[in-house]
Design a protein around this ligand. Structure first.
Ligand SMILES: Nc1nc2c(ncn2[C@@H]2O[C@H](COP(=O)(O)OP(=O)(O)OP(=O)(O)O)[C@@H](O)[C@H]2O)c(=O)[nH]1
Ligand SMILES: [Zn+2]
Length: 304
């Protein structure tokens, strides 16, 4: 028996199951946490029940990255998440705007709502860092060890939220507060700036107190409240993403961008003197500038 083609599932009926743990292969299709899969076999929903995954539903959203900006190999980090919670420490390790910009772009392109989640506010003031992103209208929540969880819970209850962050930012500490039985390993930040990797696998965790998901309901999002904890990452490559993809992810700008000349990269003059995005005015024009800043940032910053 080829165990490599079997998935570990956590519940549901034969048609809609959630892959909760390991990324496995179905033929050539990598299956990731958050994938809706069709299975046959033991579909009792008991922990460790083995069932055969026979198909993967089309993904509603997908968060991808590459190891660096030249690596053509795309890794799918998580499927079908509604939101991407970008967890950033305000100090220890110091926040890196390049990482946040990259994660935001990957979220927009993949159809996820990015949310900036700040930890360690006891060590540094958030204002300067938050102001870097204010014109993008990205929601910001404070969720340090000593801060109440309610603002974050209000935002994530009822949706499938992936958490991403550098090692050492306090992501496991946060997950353990959100889901006390999760027992995610927490570590001491070592060296300057970079923590050691203490979590090694992505896992989907159901938020306690949020109704158990009805996987048969036919809702767009049947998940109730789930968080997907991903391992601390060192790099966020975007080799698979072009400026055109990013503009296309903003529905209000995409319509106008259809009027652009062929081959327009939407970066504006001098590269694209006839970019139709420059005809927009008011708030839309501000958004164009914010998105362009993001494009320039990801083109010039390092993969982390
Ligand atoms: N001062 C302060 N320390 C925190 C806060 N949140 C977490 N920490 C500490 O930061 C260190 C790293 O926290 P973890 O939760 O292990 O970090 P992580 O992001 O999960 O790291 P990996 O598991 O390596 O990916 C631990 O010593 C935590 O106690 C906070 O809000 N303030
Ligand atoms: Zn254009």
């Amino acid at each position: 028996m080829d165990r490599g083609r079997w998935g570990c599932v956590i519940g549901g009926d034969p048609d809609r199951l959630v892959v909760a743990m390991r990324a496995r292969e179905l033929g050539r299709t990598p299956i990731v946490v958050g994938d809706d899969v069709g299975v046959v076999g033991d579909v009792s929903g008991k922990v460790d029940a083995l069932a055969r995954i026979v198909r993967v539903q089309e993904r509603r959203t997908v968060l991808r990255r590459t190891a660096d900006d030249t690596d053509p190999f795309e890794r799918v980090v998580v499927a079908n998440a509604d939101q991407l919670l970008i967890v950033v420490a305000l100090a220890d390790p110091p926040p890196r705007s390049g990482f946040v910009e990259r994660a935001m772009v990957a979220a927009y392109v993949g159809g996820l709502q990015p949310v900036l989640c700040l930890t360690k506010a006891d060590l540094a003031d958030p204002d300067d860092f938050v102001s870097l992103f204010s014109d993008l209208d990205v929601p910001v929540v404070m969720a340090g060890r000593e801060q109440p969880l309610e603002p974050l819970l209000d935002r994530i209850s009822g949706s499938l939220t992936a958490l991403i962050g550098h090692s050492g930012v306090g992501k496991s500490t946060l997950v353990n507060r959100l889901v006390p039985e999760a027992n995610r390993a927490t570590g001491i930040v070592s060296g300057v700036g970079k923590g050691r990797h203490t979590s090694t696998q992505s896992v989907a965790l159901h938020l306690p107190g949020v109704p158990t998901p009805d996987l048969t309901s036919g809702d767009r999002n049947p998940f109730g409240g789930w968080v997907i904890d991903t391992p601390g990452i060192r790099s966020f490559g975007l080799a698979h993403i072009s400026p055109v993809d990013v503009v296309a992810a903003f529905s209000d700008l995409a319509v106008t961008a259809e009027q652009c000349p062929r081959g327009c990269t939407h970066l504006g003059p001098p590269a694209d003197p006839e970019c139709a995005l420059d005809t927009l005015t008011g708030k839309a024009a501000q958004r164009v500038q914010a998105v362009r800043r993001l494009l320039v940032a990801i083109a010039t910053n390092e993969t982390w």
